[in-house]
Each structure stands twice: as C-alpha cells, then as structure tokens.
Write a protein that binds this ligand. Structure first.
Ligand code: ADP
Ligand code: MG
Length: 348
C-alpha cells in the first residue's frame, strides 16, 4: 500500500493513441452471442434477438470516487466494471457488454493502464461480459473513468424501482455497511502512513470490509437465484448510496411507505466489531454508508416461502400505505423517520 513499486515506466506518448487502444484491448475476445462487432470500428454492433436492451453509465473521478494511494489500479478496473454491472442486475437483467472510457494524464505510464485493464479483464471474464468499445483521451491531472454497461432481458422480466405495493416484503441480499467501514480503515491507515512512512498496516482483521471497499462484487448470482426460485421482485434497486437513500427511492417511485426493522439489518461480524472500535453506530453505517452493491427489492408476501430458507436473502421490513411514511423501527421499538442521508452527510 502507498508505495512506489519502482517498476518499468513506458510513457503513453511512445505508443500514440491508437497503439495504446490496440495494446490495451488486444486480448479481449468477444464471447457473448449478442456481440457482433466490438472494438475497432466506429461503433460496436449488437443483436439482442427480440430482448429489451438495458443501458447504464457511471463515472469515477480520481479524488472524488477513488484515491490511488490505497486503491490498486487492478482493483479500480474491476470495481469500475462492477459498479456498472450492478445497475444492470438491479433491473433483473443480465449484463452482456461494457464500454470503458478513460481520461488519463501523462503521469500514468503504460504499465499503470495495463494494470487497470487487468482488472477490467478479470471482471469481464468472471461476469461474462464483452468489452466492445470505449474512448481514450488525455486529462490535465487526474484519472477519470466512465464505464457503460449494456444488458438484455425479456420485457416481462425487467424490474423497476416502481412496482412495490403495501404489504410487500422488503428484502436485501448479502450484508451492508462493510464497504463504508472498509474505507474508514483505509483512510485511517493513510493518515498513519503520512506520519510514519515505515509503518506496516495490519489490515488482516479488516480483510472482509477492506475487500468490500476495494474489490466489490455485483450480485449477478442473486438475479440468477431469483430466477431459479421463480421469484420476480415487484421493485428493485442496487445499494450504491446506502440503505436509507435506496429505500426512499423505492418508496417514492412506487408511491408506498415502509417499515424497516433495525434488528433485521444483516451485518457482518467485522462490521459490528469495527463499528465498536470506531465508536460508530452500526445501524447508521448500514443506512448511510454506501458502495455495498447489494440488491434491495420487494416481493409479494406469497413468495416468502420461496426465499425464506436462503441465507443470502434477508427480509428487513415491509411496505405500507404511502401516507404512513418511511420509518426505522428500532430495537427499542421506537419509530424514527428515515431521511435521505446519503453518503455525503457522513463526510463531516
Ligand atoms: P473515434 O475517433 O471514432 O472515437 P477511437 O479511436 O476513439 O474512435 O476508437 C477506436 C475504437 O477503439 C473504437 O472501437 C472504440 O470503441 C475503441 N476504444 C477506444 N478507446 C477505448 C478504450 N479505452 N477501451 C476500449 N475500447 C476503446
Ligand atoms: Mg473516440
């Protein structure tokens, strides 16, 4: 972490723009039947054979969304793809292609971009998506990454943020709060390193949450699981900004209210112990932390028997009439209104 590895540095100018694109993309092979033409022409060509196409884009800016002093470039490449695939899965669709665009300053050598693309390649391989294009340009200082993910689904399978009904159950996949706490640990180690560059951080006790921050996964497996269980959520969203903000999106777009039960929120033991260490409230972290990339969805009560035995799916609340509002029911059984504390409100 934080060290210059003193490796070989090939300047980007030596390759030129086209040489660079060629070099970075030469090992990507098209595997999806829907990818007809990928990198190399003016545009990619796809054919989804009657399925609907879903498209989503996210931009990641150095200093705003990531800090290269603790984010390895390979992880960054992987994460850049993950955050985009997550949006496709949140539509109950399967991701099939990505485009990756970079604005990069000359302080990055070719080797840095190779590392970034190793992460992109790993994500493409594991999630079975094709890299079919992008753009490469220069920036004055930082690194800017924009990924577009494309997916496909039958029209009847697509799930929107709108669609929850009163009495539907609110379900979350995996556990929440880890990515935000992982970031707190990394920020702390960065400060320690500034004061004492010889310090060796022991991140082992935090490996789960650090990995949640640096190398998140998106929940393709959960989309496949729901299909297998024959459960179609009534509404769905992915958790990029924290549970509270995503619940409010579902409620607003579905025109319903919600009761979320504090004691049901799934937390990893590392999240609980690290919250104690940082003197943070684990419920606040779950509600307002971000970047977990889990799926949050609602189901009809009749579908409950199909999901109840699965350890990856936790019922955390239920939807109500819109007039009842959106509330957290605490362990002490008090009712607290949920407000839109995104991740920013944490950065005081
Ligand atoms: P244009 O000038 O028409 O925008 P480019 O030279 O930017 O074309 O791109 C040529 C080809 O290389 C296109 O297929 C484009 O999608 C692809 N490409 C450009 N940059 C990247 C990148 N960073 N990653 C993947 N493919 C890229
Ligand atoms: Mg271009």
């Amino acid at each position: 972490m934080l060290e210059d590895k003193n490796q070989q540095r090939t300047s980007l100018e030596a390759l030129g723009e086209f040489g660079l694109i060629d070099h970075l993309t030469q090992n990507f092979k098209l595997k999806q039947p829907s990818s007809l033409v990928g990198v190399g022409d003016d545009a990619a060509v796809m054919d989804y054979k009657g399925q609907k196409t879903v498209v989503s884009t996210d931009m990641l800016v150095e200093g705003v969304h990531f800090d290269l002093s603790y984010m390895p470039l390979k992880h960054l490449g992987y994460k850049s793809v993950m955050v985009n695939l997550s949006d496709i899965y949140a539509m109950n669709a399967i991701a099939t292609q990505v485009t990756v665009s970079l604005a990069v300053s000359n302080r990055f050598p070719l080797e840095a971009l190779e590392e970034f693309y190793e992460g992109v390649a790993l994500a493409c391989e594991l999630y079975k998506v094709d890299l079919v294009g992008g753009d490469t340009t220069s920036s004055n200082k930082g690194l800017i990454i924009s990924v577009t993910a494309i997916g496909a689904a039958d029209e009847n399978d697509i799930v929107y943020r709108k669609g929850s009904k009163p009495n539907d159950l609110l379900v979350v996949t995996g556990d929440v709060g880890g990515a935000y706490l992982g970031l707190q640990v990394l920020e702390r180690e960065k400060e320690v390193f500034k004061v004492n560059p010889n310090s060796q951080p022991d991140l082992e006790p935090y490996s789960y949450i650090v990995e949640r921050q640096l190398k998140p996964e998106s929940r393709k497996d959960m989309v496949e699981l729901l299909q297998k269980l024959e459960v179609k959520p009534t509404a769905m969203i992915d958790i990029s900004d924290g549970l509270s903000s995503e619940i409010l999106h579902l409620c607003k777009q579905s025109e319903v209210g919600c009761n979320l039960f504090e004691d049901k929120i799934p937390l990893d033991p590392t999240v609980i112990s690290t919250c104690e260490e940082f003197k943070m409230d684990s419920t606040m972290v779950a509600l307002s932390g971000g970047e977990d990339y889990e799926l949050l969805f609602t189901i009809d009560q009749a579908d409950f028997p199909k999901i109840k035995a699965n350890p990856n799916l936790t019922v955390i609340g239920h939807m109500t009439q819109q007039s009842e509002g959106v509330h957290l029911i605490t362990r002490a059984e008090t009712k607290i209104p949920i407000t839109a504390q995104g991740w920013n409100s944490f950065n005081e």
